[in-house]
Design a protein around this ligand. Sequence first.
Ligand code: COA
Ligand code: AMP
Length: 635
Amino acid sequence: MTSRYQEMHTRSLQDPEGFWGELAEDIHWEKRWDKVLDASNAPSYRWFTGGQLNTCYNALDRHVEAGHGERPALIYDSPVTGTIQTFTYAELRDQVARFAGALAKLGVTKGERVIIYMPMVPQAVIAMLACARLGAVHSVVFGGFAPHELATRIDDATPKVVVSASCGIETSRVVHYKPMLDSAIEQAKHKPEHCIILQRPQERAALKPGGDLDWDEAMASAGPAACVPVAATDPLYILYTSGTTSQPKGIVRDNGGHAVALKFTMHALYDMKPGEVFWAASDVGWVVGHSYIVYGPLLHGCTTLLYEGKPVGTPDAGAFWRVISQHKVATLFTAPTAFRAIKREDSGGELMKKYDLSSLRALFLAGERSDPDTLKWAESHLKVPVVDHWWQTETGWCISGNPLGLERFPIKYGSATKPMPGWDVRCVAPSGDEVKPGQIGSIVCKLPLPPGTLPTLWNAQERFVRTYLMDHQGYYQTSDAGYIDEDGYVFIMSRTDDIINVAGHRLSTGAMEEVLASHPDVAECAVIGVSDELKGQVPLGFLVLKASVQREEQAIVDEVVKKVREEIGPVAAFKQALIVPRLPKTRSGKILRGTMQKIADNQEFKTPATIEDASTLEDLDTVLTDHGFAKARKH
Ligand code: COA
Ligand code: AMP
């Protein structure tokens, strides 16, 4: 018998227009589409061309008009400020409409960009939805990035307005957002016309007369703005993510395909019903926050939870259980690292016993591979399905997972289960030929990708094609390696590029190398990701100093650590660099980062046949052993 999942998956690939066309009926359209799938510019595909809609209308107004105005839309729970605040759908709609009015007064219109650089406060969500209401394009920048990174994004997105806050609160540390914003604008070539600043009681920022506006004043003097219909293919947002250079990639998300796909996942994957509470414990600065703190739950009429706190330390490792029981969370979504942090402090799950967790039906994990120990620990304590699901900023939603709303597959530890409907996932050798089940290869997805995935990169269509579509004709290159087993389960093992995953945050080692290389005493450098019990991976730098350098080595290491924090941000968690006499390289001069990583992680390694000088590996091993890493295991 064909299962419901199998039937949907097969249909989605054989008849994508019929499949997605039917699901699109769940969205309110101002004008129906002319074509579900437009392949006229393949390999760039577009969904729902000719259609018009407004994403904010679908997320808010539509529910109010259907009589659900009193339903909670957003619960803000902030242990760091001692605040809990609930917004009903009607209240959130009114606040969003008013803030859209404030933006419109500053000249923000359809297609105009607005950068949002904010902590986890409701105003961040309000600002995002207000942009969507006007058809303006938001670009949220994660607060853990330094001014230099913000400046890069300002120059690429060229926003008319930046929305920010006086400060953020990282457990007990106050993060001074406004001075960082000022510094970013100073560094950027493009100058936004205005900044709207939310003054938080924990710290008030000095506003510059003329350009800077106070959030409360802007709201008080604005009237509500109506929803502006936009083309399904118009951009809703740009979200920058790490690429292989220090120039981040601006992932573009459209309006139509995004709304259709996210609404579908809310029931098919997360098994949620309107009115239930969905909690993505992430940050609005990441794709998980965009899709599942803001748009997905609201499009589906759920209550979303915005949590300004950490899994541990706010105040303890019972924080998640307190939130689940207090707000009756049905589904929690977070990164495995959060559970590793909780497990480290409360391995017996004692704090869990203090709370009623009966509302919780499932836990979803993503952002990095769920290590089987952590997954089993969560399963045994929570006694609900724990789903590892795989996705990327580029895709906006899950490529493979366990679609609890369709069918619950038995869990295989270490696997992100099966491709979701819409996804044709293959594992290929460098030749492009598919490998046998169980064999490691590059994971690619057959084009067209389903709705909601990136149609292009902002201002960089050529880079989009080169990065994702050129390696294997007709396929999207995920840059993840892994295997697919004989039952069709997908196992994602590692990246094939220089991206590392630090506490579920995606970072480029190439960008860190650029910072290290700019230090005047550094002749050459490399950065690799080494295994870390809490964060999954952390960056480790290797420096070769210029021959003339006579300074104390530790001072140079301290300087490069500070430089990465200042130029990329604290989120890079770059805390360690080692000085080595030489770097291991191939005869053609390529640094052997993969072998270096194996040595640092104490995995077995083979000396590559192409190595220029094998003694460089011995030297590296000695330095690592001197710094507390285990002696390498040569194969
Ligand atoms: N603004 C400013 N600084 C920030 C920040 C923000 N929004 N978010 C993180 N940082 C800072 C942290 O304070 C820390 O600074 P420090 O070096 O001074 O301590 C640094 O960036 C690294 O942050 P992080 O990697 O988050 O480490 P942590 O030790 O603060 O917390 C975890 C570790 C595991 C508790 C935390 O990463 C976590 O909860 N992760 C799971 C959820 C998640 O965010 N997933 C992302 C995608 S789903
Ligand atoms: P981001 O764009 O920040 O979401 O990071 C995407 C990358 O994180 C993917 O390309 C994977 O390398 C990794 N990743 C995300 N989810 C998973 C998962 N469930 N299993 C394995 N790797 C994952």
